[in-house]
Write a new protein. Structure first.
Length: 389
């Protein structure tokens, strides 16, 4: 680094080199964007959660702020107060390696028009606009505060993509059609409105999450009557799409494990230790599953991992094992843990396939059909339409 080189440029160059060395960054166009779009402009501060649950803010006054911003790490950038009084995360700056992995997967060409669902800090929109130009990048977010801040940050760099405050599920029909749609938030189902706004042969990349951790990134191509494609090989997670510009609703747990039907399991208490079968189990679960802990040992460890559904079903799994077995308690019409056990057994029978062997077909009627290896496979799972709470 020379005496006239801004410190951030050297850090951005190092970040690009790291992503290239890891095999994530392959296109010179995205390498140039990483080196020339200053992430610190879009992340003037970020939050870190302490062991006790409290959040601390790191600002540009901190000696290590700039260095931390250019690490290949996600950063929490906005908090909100939930109805229970706790601070919860509502926006973040995605891990740069994940951003680039998604942009590379979309196979974007210089002439493409791209819609981003989830403006957030504006950094990803900055990368896209640096590559494509102002008139080809569109971004939407539910939060007017985030959109306005992102617009100002982008304008300070001479970038003026079209940013709109709106619910991302509706896309941006007045600016459609697009060649690519990239969602930097998770959705429990793929909105068909996005399919209507993509050219034939266009691509949609989105984090499909039916429940907590139950899903990952899927790259879909617009066919005549469907969206179809495969899940990306590596798991990734984004914050869930929000219907309002408020903190996510707080769902208090009212589960009393002793009241449930007793059984035993040899599986880990947290199903995301087996992410693929946990996702496949959603084919038997008609509503999203929420998660929490119950009880505490004398050492402060939780006693139960608890899962609840919107219609009132629940299960509780002991965290500690007894000779490799854990007690399970279940109640309600839907046997949540039984669904996971069944999906896990079938997954093992199929040879424990990874994400890259799974694909998804979404039809105009909202049907989501997951398949193994090929759309016509006899091994498939139909995800039911989700019941709202």
């Amino acid at each position: 680094m020379t005496a006239t080189t801004a410190p951030w440029r050297e850090l951005a160059h190092q970040l690009a080199d790291q992503l290239a060395a890891e095999g994530v960054l392959r296109s010179p166009q995205w390498g140039t964007a990483i080196e020339e779009v200053p992430r610190h402009v879009f992340v003037p501060s970020f939050y870190t959660q302490q062991p006790g649950g409290q959040w601390t803010e790191t600002t540009s006054d901190s000696a290590r702020w700039l260095e931390q911003v250019y690490r290949n790490e996600p950063l929490i950038t906005a908090l909100a107060v939930a109805p229970n009084g706790n601070q919860v995360t509502v926006s973040s700056s995605t891990k740069p390696g994940l951003m680039v992995r998604m942009l590379e997967a979309l196979d974007i060409e210089d002439t493409h028009r791209v819609l981003e669902i989830g403006t957030g800090t504006g950094y990803n929109a900055g990368l896209l606009t640096h590559r494509l130009g102002d008139g080809q990048v569109f971004s939407v977010d539910i939060s007017a505060g985030l959109v306005n801040a992102a617009r100002d940050r982008l304008a300070a760099r001479g970038l003026t993509p079209c940013l709109v405050t709106a619910h991302g599920g509706g896309g941006l029909p007045r600016h459609a059609p697009f060649d690519r749609i990239i969602a930097t938030c998770s959705v429990p189902a793929i909105p068909w409105t996005w399919a209507d706004q993509v050219h034939a042969g266009g691509r949609v990349l989105v984090d499909l999450k039916r429940s907590v951790h139950a899903g990952t990134l899927v790259l879909l191509t617009r066919r005549k009557d469907r969206l179809e494609g495969r899940f990306l090989p590596r798991w990734a997670g984004f914050m869930a799409i929000r219907d309002t510009d408020t903190a996510p609703p707080h769902d208090p747990f009212t589960v009393t494990p002793a009241e449930g039907t007793k059984s035993w399991t040899t599986l880990p208490p947290l199903p995301w230790d087996a992410l693929v079968p946990w996702f496949l189990a959603q084919a038997q679960l008609p509503s999203p599953i929420r998660f929490g802990y119950r009880g505490a040992t004398q050492h402060g460890r939780p006693v139960w991992a608890v899962f609840t559904s919107n219609e009132g079903s629940w299960c509780a799994v002991q965290m500690d094992s007894d000779h490799d077995r854990r007690e399970v308690r279940q109640s309600g019409q839907v046997r949540i843990w039984d669904a996971f056990e069944t999906a896990h057994s079938r997954w093992q029978h199929l040879g424990e396939p990874g994400w890259d062997r799974l694909g998804l077909t979404v039809s105009a009627d909202g049907l989501h059909r997951v398949w193994l290896d090929h759309p016509d496979s006899r091994h498939h799972w139909t995800l039911p339409a989700l019941r709202s709470s």
